[in-house]
Design a protein around this ligand. Structure first.
Ligand SMILES: O=c1[nH]c(=O)c2[nH]c(=O)[nH]c2[nH]1
Length: 304
């Protein structure tokens, strides 16, 4: 009649904070993340036969995250995610895949009277660093890193013209528009055959994150954009060029529209075209433009 064709389960929204206290200098360093664990394996009978003997309780999964956070470094998140994912596929014979997502929230050290403060931090942006690791038994660790919710806007330097015009088209062509998006960028690393291989690459992860964030902002700011599509391709290409171990870069960019407002009805006020100053930001609908750019010679990315 029916069968379980796909199943995974685990703990979502495991919030985690870890502090490092440097005893010599008194400087403290903090890290706050939200972790998701999802396990796959020989677990069908827990669905079809109420067989809980195959269930590693999600409560135990949460406890495991806390214990591993105490016993291991939690940064970079690619390493911590790999440690947690690898734990589940090695500890339990019947668990063949473990998906671990680590969302890192920003805590930036305060500068007080020109000096970095030893133990005070502030949230300098709502963007988060997202790392997803899948430990695949007998294969290795698939690691995907990214930035999410980085809200950016440029007030000029963006055009959109030459698109299909037919009986469905009302959008005027523009050579100067506002461009705004919430950046969602991910980059996928060449498969790591083991946890040791991830450990050997530790210095690359923060470097790649800083590069991707900087490339995204610089390209967004400096590109004379023909479209969201053309700009996001340039960003992806630059990230691939900067880090040889990255095989795929994906962006998903909402096009957050700002509409001109015709105010000519009020005493002939000019507020369109080159006279536009007051705009109406739109909440919805919005464009949504996605792409994955892969290194030449690398097969298209696998769906995990
Ligand atoms: O950069 C853009 N790409 C599109 O595909 C598109 N479509 C649209 O209406 N405006 C835009 N802008």
């Amino acid at each position: 009649m029916s069968y379980v064709s796909a199943a995974r389960y685990g703990k979502d929204n495991v919030r985690l904070y870890k502090v490092h206290r440097d005893e010599k200098t008194g400087v403290q360093t903090v890290n706050e993340t939200t972790v998701t664990v999802l396990l796959e394996g020989d677990i069908e009978t827990s669905y079809t036969k109420a067989d809980n003997s195959v269930v590693v309780a999600t409560d135990s999964q949460k406890n495991t995250v806390y214990v591993l956070a105490k016993q291991n470094p939690v940064t970079p998140p690619e390493l911590f995610g790999s440690i947690v994912a690898n734990h589940f596929t090695t500890k339990y014979k019947h668990i063949h895949k473990a998906h671990v997502k680590v969302v890192t929230h920003r805590w930036t050290r305060m500068v007080i009277d020109g000096k970095p403060h030893p133990h005070s931090f502030y949230r300098d942006g709502n963007d988060v660093r997202v790392t997803e690791v899948t430990s695949i038994e007998g294969t290795g660790l698939a690691v995907r890193s990214g930035i999410k919710d980085l809200l950016v806007l440029k007030s000029t330097g963006s055009a959109f013209h030459g698109f299909v015009r037919d009986e469905f088209t009302t959008l005027p062509e523009t050579w100067d528009r506002i461009m705004s998006t919430d950046v969602d960028a991910t980059w996928e690393w060449k498969l790591f055959p083991s946890l040791d291989a991830v450990k050997q690459s530790v210095p690359l992860f923060d470097k790649a994150f800083d590069t991707a964030r900087a490339v995204t902002m610089k390209t967004f700011a400096e590109d004379n954009s023909a479209s969201v599509q053309a700009t996001m391709y340039k960003m992806s290409d630059l990230i691939l060029a900067a880090e040889p171990l990255i095989e795929h870069v994906s962006y998903a960019l909402p096009n957050k529209h700002y509409f001109e407002i015709d105010l000519s009805w009020h005493k002939g006020l000019k507020n369109t075209g080159k006279d536009a100053e007051v705009y109406a930001p739109q909440s919805n609908p919005n464009g949504l433009i996605k792409c994955t750019v892969s290194r030449q010679g690398v097969a298209p990315k696998a769906k995990l």
